[in-house]
Ligand binder design. Structure first.
Ligand code: DGJ
Length: 692
């Protein structure tokens, strides 16, 4: 890892272990992209800069600015849209200074006429090929405010290639993270959320390849945004057929007012280049997220029990105690009490916001249940939805002005709830105070933080800059979670938004895992988990085993298949254990046991996708290997062998279940798992340990 500034050529070379990134200043000081890809020496970078500059000279708008501004003959996707006090738009760059500090680079510019300072930030590390970028703006004058209509975190430019493919995920509630891969269209393709949260419809990352990458081969350029509110990434293929993208927080139409002295800082937009195909790209992301994003990557993800799918709103203390006893029998480590434990919340139309135990359900408070859960040897967790309120609640009756609203407009409800304006300091303080008391006064070690609706009528009466709430709400959510973590160091936090509606690197920087989807049908989950795992590591992917037939899809699946699918993530159990047979409970206990042995490999190891229906995990020391194989259709009961990867051909590996010893070379050349599928399932779990 290194960053070099070549003052003569006004060029920077940033190096990660396997890649290089090069940028330079144009004659007019515009920061121009030169290279993002294979490693280069400074000499090579200089020559490439000359070649690219000569090419750029033939163009009126060569594109490739590190932050695309408006002005002159630029007509591409702007990363920065500003309007100064006199209604002038655009930026004319003037380079001021640069600073290199360890793996960080800051390049400071100002507009040539207006008091707007723009700093481009880059960060590289010695154990990751990810390049983290963000931008800060500063109003350095005394005069009128500057209106910021868009401020992206970075623009990324790809080298010219004959073709490009875009990979990203799309979805909706219950069907998140569906991977799409197709030709990048000429023109502009925008992925966005205008909902105030990350959203189910798409997720803030993308990969672009030259149209020929496979799982294990080919160049892939990718990036992921660390933001949990509205966002936008626009990928483009320009008139020459060249590609890139620009992206950041907020969506179109929002304005940020920068007053004299104000600073606006964007979230990080992290890019990763790999020459090893989609598999190596995903592995690069998993590794980076575990090393540099997650707050406590090494903390063991507990096996949770959560009765939401089993009971929804219909339960009392006795029922939860009954379920807790059964959960303990199958080896659960944390028992989580989901929605409907508080206020008048016996259905989804009342009580949200009234964060005290429902007196009918918990007459003596949460103490007896927590005590019993702990006596059973489990930790206790609890569900909260701090950003929303039911109008039918004491909180709303007391503070109707605390929600996002616009005078003269209706207050549109979704799931019978409104959104609290957490951008307000008083609302954020109140929210932190009740959460802090809830966690501090009870033995709570796990918090499930849910958010079940998008923003609407997002006004802030009394403010002349109400749009700032779209950013400040998210920042205050972050601040509350960060403060809770700091004050309660043992607290484990699960992020959730009606399933996987708020999964992103911003949230993952402060929660331990995510609730991936409310769809727990194992066969559907294979696709959801496949999309999730493109960027996010297995240890963050909450995955419950629920009932059969499934409550969302009504499909039936063998218990074995249900467990095997959930064992690919952070395993939980979410079924109505009162209805499980003794046999099923015994199977569940055995699977949980097996999972606990494999958990360090699945969560801490390297993940290889072997086709679409098998995944392999190899521990960091290479001595343990776990393989999960799925065949969702019971038709065609014979199966081809699954060839393993990443093993030492000279090593021998013992199957923990059968005791069979396999040569690494045979597993690599031929594979395992061939032959007849077992009658009682459509999946296999194999845990191998190296014997020599
Ligand atoms: C949506 C979540 O995804 C579910 O797991 C559950 O917590 C419900 N909300 C509770 O209202």
């Amino acid at each position: 890892m290194s960053i070099v500034f070549d003052a003569r050529d006004r060029l920077w070379l940033l190096r990660t272990p396997a890649t290089s990134y090069v940028l330079r200043l144009d004659e007019d000081d515009a920061p121009r992209h030169v290279h993002w890809g294979a490693s280069l020496t400074l000499d090579q970078a200089r020559q490439l800069a000359e070649v690219r500059a000569a090419l750029a000279d033939t163009e009126s708008d060569p594109g490739g600015e590190e932050l695309a501004v408006e002005g002159g003959l630029r007509y591409g996707v702007p990363s920065l849209i500003v309007q100064y006090g006199d209604a002038t738009h655009g930026v004319e760059w003037r380079f001021l200074s640069q600073r290199i500090d360890e793996g960080r680079l800051e390049i400071v510019f100002t507009d040539r006429r207006y008091p707007l300072e723009i700093t481009l930030h880059y960060r590289v590390r010695e154990d990751s090929d990810a390049i983290e970028r963000h931008v800060t703006l500063r109003h350095t004058g005394q005069g009128p405010s500057i209106e910021i209509l868009r401020l992206d975190s970075a623009a990324w430019t790809l080298p010219p290639r004959p073709g490009y493919r875009l990979s990203h995920v799309v979805g909706e509630w219950g069907k998140e993270f569906q991977l799409q891969r197709g030709e990048l269209a000429r023109g502009e393709t925008t992925l966005t959320s205008r909902t105030g949260i990350t959203g189910h419809a798409t997720n803030p990352w993308l990969m672009i390849d030259a149209g020929e990458a496979t799982e294990e081969h080919g160049e892939v350029w990718s990036a992921a945004l660390a933001w949990s509110g509205s966002w936008r990434i626009t990928a483009f293929r320009d008139r020459r057929g060249w590609a890139g993208w620009s992206g950041g927080f907020g969506h179109e139409g929002l304005t940020w007012r920068l007053a004299p002295g104000d600073v606006l800082e964007t979230p990080a937009f992290t890019g990763l280049y790999s020459a090893g195909g989609f598999g190596a790209t995903s592995r690069g992301w998993h590794d980076h997220v575990r090393k540099h994003v997650l707050p406590a990557p090494d903390r063991v993800r507990p096996v949770v029990y959560n009765a939401w799918e089993a009971t929804e709103f219909d339960y009392d203390e006795a029922l939860q105690l009954d379920l807790a006893a059964r959960a303990a029998r199958v080896g659960v480590e944390t028992f989580v009490l989901d929605d409907a434990w508080f206020g008048a919340r016996t259905h989804d139309a009342a009580g949200l916001g009234d964060w005290w135990p429902n007196p009918g359900r918990f007459p003596k408070g949460l103490g007896p249940l927590i005590g019993e859960v702990r006596r059973l040897g489990m930790d206790f967790g609890i569900w909260v939805e701090p950003e929303a309120v039911n109008p039918d609640s004491d909180l709303y009756r007391r503070h109707p002005d605390w929600v996002l609203h616009t005078p003269g407009r209706r207050r549109t409800e979704s799931r019978n709830q409104l959104v609290l304006n957490l951008a307000r300091t008083d609302v954020a303080e109140w929210t932190h105070a009740w959460l802090d008391a809830l966690v501090g006064e009870n033995e709570i070690s796990f918090l499930k933080w849910d958010m079940n609706r998008p923003f609407s009528e997002a006004g802030w009466p009394g403010r002349d800059d109400p749009d700032r709430l779209w950013i400040d709400h998210v920042r205050n959510v972050y601040a509350i979670i960060d403060r809770l973590r700091a004050d309660h160091p043992g607290l484990f936090i699960e992020g959730c938004a009606g399933g996987g509606g708020r999964v992103d690197l911003g949230m993952l920087a402060r929660v331990d895992q995510m609730w991936t989807s409310d769809n727990t049908d194992a066969a559907e989950r294979v696709a959801i988990q496949h999309g999730y795992g493109q960027i996010y590591p297995a240890c963050t992917m909450g995955a419950w085993v629920t009932d059969s037939p499934n409550s969302v899809t009504a499909r039936t699946h063998w218990i074995r298949y249900r467990f095997h699918v959930s064992m690919a993530g952070a395993l939980g159990v979410g079924g109505d254990l009162r209805t499980w047979s003794e046999d099923d409970l015994a199977w569940a206990a055995a699977f949980v046991e097996q999972y606990k042995r494999a958990r360090p490999v699945i969560h801490g190891g390297t993940q290889y996708r072997l086709g679409t229906e098998a995944t392999q995990y190899v521990s960091t020391d290479g001595r343990e290997v776990v393989v999960l194989m799925y065949q969702p259709s019971a038709l065609g009961r014979t199966r081809a062998p699954v060839r393993l990867t990443g093993l030492d051909p000279a090593g021998r590996y013992r199957d923990q279940a059968t005791g069979d010893v396999h040569h690494g070379a045979v597993l690599l050349a031929h594979g395992i798992g061939a032959g007849l599928m077992p009658f009682d399932g459509t999946s296999e779990f194999v845990h191998l340990t190296r014997v020599d």
